[in-house]
Design a protein around this ligand. Structure first.
Ligand code: NDP
Ligand code: MG
Length: 391
């Protein structure tokens, strides 16, 4: 029996993870669940999954949880804030941590899990984008096991023998759906609404990653994530737009063989693979019917339509600091867009301004995780300042 802590349990990855875990009660036990704003949903999840621990963001949320909790049922232990998340990541009772908090808010607890040598099921790509080499060094040093939940990385992991990097790999090919605006006239992009941008053609996801998919920065973050996770040079990672989202990514070997993983666009498949690894377990997803597939299409990404993808490749080539700035300025810009305070096309403009202006002024290397947190926080405040002054 494995004790699982799910950070970001109230989100889309949290839902899919709990759905899979619910089918395998003999194998997994829900030890801890965390929420940020959806305390009522956390309570509902507790009544189904009976965790021993919950983590809420602050004392106000703690009070709300206590008030809502039914008097006749034993209450789980309540831990608070990032400290509570990190304590849970290190908790000796926890076997595996599902890192599914969105944004760099998920980095401290994912990093704590790496320090504690846990089995980490990583959805939170922003952690690897911001802390890349430090994160991977910490995983290695503490014999943690890092298993990707991101569907592309999970596909690549499945196509690499033993899940390891291999000198016989020629390149990794990350597939991308192209999002909701793959075919829209680029002149109309400045007028698209958050609702239109969140309507992904194939996947159902949280709002931040949905916007990242629409700008294709998501794919850029995934290229950075893949570089660190699989220890592959950026020049060996390609992106291919594949609108059907049937092939979730590929590994090309030096002999010319290409291995691909195919399946429905349903996160319960990669989640099941990581939860069960090295076993395969049932994911309870719909049957995948190849005979109903009319065709598989591929095209090269259009950097003019998707400037964020190019910005991510450039940041990766440039420095770890640039990756932190890219990621943090994007989080702020996406938040402003979701609140209708800037246009969709302002997201790329903002990131570029932060990379061109602010990132150049950053001194020193990111030798310690606190340096990453500091630069992340500084970028956020500079980006907010920029947007408040110009919009
Ligand atoms: P959601 O927005 O659906 O869920 C985010 C979760 O994080 C919620 O539980 C939310 O709590 C919590 N949260 C938000 N802000 C904070 C914070 N400051 N501190 C602590 N917890 C916080 O996102 P997704 O589930 O879609 O994505 C989660 C992560 O997984 C992202 O990094 C995303 O890139 C990655 N991912 C997602 C995929 C998907 O299919 N959804 C696919 C691949 C990767 P609450 O809801 O209570 O506010
Ligand atoms: Mg993905």
């Amino acid at each position: 029996m494995q004790n699982i802590a799910i950070f970001g349990a109230t989100g889309s990855i949290g839902d899919s993870t709990l759905d899979v875990i619910g089918k395998h009660a003999e194998r997994f036990s829900v030890y801890a669940l965390s929420a940020h704003s959806r305390i009522q949903k956390l309570l509902a999840l507790c009544l189904v999954h009976h965790p021993k621990v919950v983590i809420v963001p602050d004392e106000i949320a703690e009070k709300k949880f206590r008030q809502l909790w039914p008097a006749n049922i034993a209450m789980p232990e309540i831990r608070v804030g990032s400290k509570g998340l990190c304590e849970t990541a290190r908790d000796p009772e926890v076997d595996a941590v599902v890192a599914a908090i969105v944004g760099t808010a998920g980095l401290p607890s994912a990093f704590a899990a790496a320090q504690a040598g846990k089995r980490i099921l990583l959805a939170n790509k922003e952690a690897l984008v911001a802390a890349g080499s430090l994160f991977m060094e910490t995983v290695k040093k503490n014999n943690a096991i890092l298993l990707p939940l991101d569907s592309e990385h999970n596909a690549i992991f499945q196509c690499l023998p033993g899940g390891k990097n291999n000198s016989q790999v020629k390149r990794l090919v990350l597939t991308a759906s192209g999002g909701p605006f793959r075919n829209i006239d680029p002149s109309r992009l400045s007028a698209v609404t958050p609702e239109q941008a969140c309507k992904h053609p194939n996947w159902s996801m949280g709002r931040k990653i949905s916007i990242d998919s629409a700008t294709m920065l998501n794919k850029g973050l995934e290229v950075i994530e893949a570089k660190w996770m699989f220890d592959v040079d950026a020049s060996k990672i390609d992106v291919l737009v594949h609108p059907e989202s049937t092939i979730h990514s590929m590994v090309e070997y030096i002999d010319g063989s290409l291995l691909a993983q195919l399946g429905n666009p349903d996160m319960r498949i990669p989640i099941s693979y990581a939860l069960g690894y090295p076993d395969r377990i049932e994911s309870n997803t719909e049957n995948f019917d190849l005979s109903r597939l009319l065709q598989l299409n591929f095209e090269l990404p259009d950097y003019k339509r998707f400037p964020c993808l190019k910005l991510a490749f450039d940041a990766l080539q440039s420095s770890q600091s640039d990756c932190v700035v890219l990621n943090a300025s994007n989080e702020i810009a996406v938040d402003y867009f979701l609140k209708n305070r800037i246009k969709f096309t302002d997201i790329a403009v903002t990131i570029e301004k932060m990379l061109d202006g602010f990132a150049g002024t950053v001194k020193g290397s990111l030798g310690h995780i606190d340096d990453v947190f500091e630069l992340d926080a500084l970028t956020r405040s500079h980006t907010s300042e920029l947007l408040n002054n110009t919009h």
